[in-house]
Design a protein around this ligand. Structure first.
Ligand SMILES: [Zn+2]
Length: 189
């Protein structure tokens, strides 16, 4: 399901500081000075080491700006038995609930279309295993079809003056993503 929403609703378990604020992403140098570090906002990075702030609690954080309930971090348990033993299932459940909410606000597909798409996926998956060349021919046809229909729907949305916000909500993505997706369909040749 998350695939459908892509980067618009990417979720992490983020940190909250003791004053209730959310810390900036931190840079973790994993390669001991070799520059092979990474920037992260995951809660476990806020351990108070190397000048990083210490997190007081963790909560689900979504790329769309949504935040879940905060749960206190038991650093003693983390120190005693290791980070991997800390149970972060509650923020994960919160985030899945959030995704369901987003899903419910999107436009429903007509049953007939859903069923046809589901059947098509089954048939093509089978074909890909049994007759790859035939499956590739079907894929090429589908690519042309989605390009044409995408362009047609995007022009119609433009003619109807649907705002990126409306389209974004219908698709469960941000207005910015909706705008660039429409532009992509309109430009596709
Ligand atoms: Zn979200």
């Amino acid at each position: 399901m998350t695939e459908a929403f892509g980067e618009s609703h990417e979720g992490i378990v983020g940190a909250v500081l003791s004053d209730g604020s959310e810390p900036q992403p931190v840079y973790l140098d994993v390669g001991s000075g070799s520059g092979s570090g990474c920037r992260t906002g995951e809660w476990w990075a806020y351990d108070g080491q190397m000048g990083r702030p210490k997190g007081a609690s963790y909560r689900a954080a979504c790329a769309c700006g949504w935040r879940g309930e905060s749960y206190p971090i038991d650093w003693k348990q983390a120190d005693d038995s290791g980070l991997q033993d800390i149970d972060t299932s509650r923020p994960h459940i919160d985030w899945v609930d959030h995704i369901h909410c987003v899903e419910r606000r999107t436009v429903p597909l007509p049953d007939e279309i859903s069923e046809t798409l589901g059947r098509l996926e089954e048939q093509l998956t089978r074909l890909a295993e049994q007759a790859p060349a035939t499956a590739l021919k079907a894929v090429a046809t589908l690519e042309r079809l989605t390009r044409d229909v995408g362009r047609e729907a995007a022009s119609a949305a433009e003619a109807d003056e649907l705002s990126p916000k409306t389209i974004g909500q219908a698709l469960g993505i941000s207005p910015g993503r909706a705008r660039s997706r429409l532009a992509g369909y309109l430009l596709a040749r």
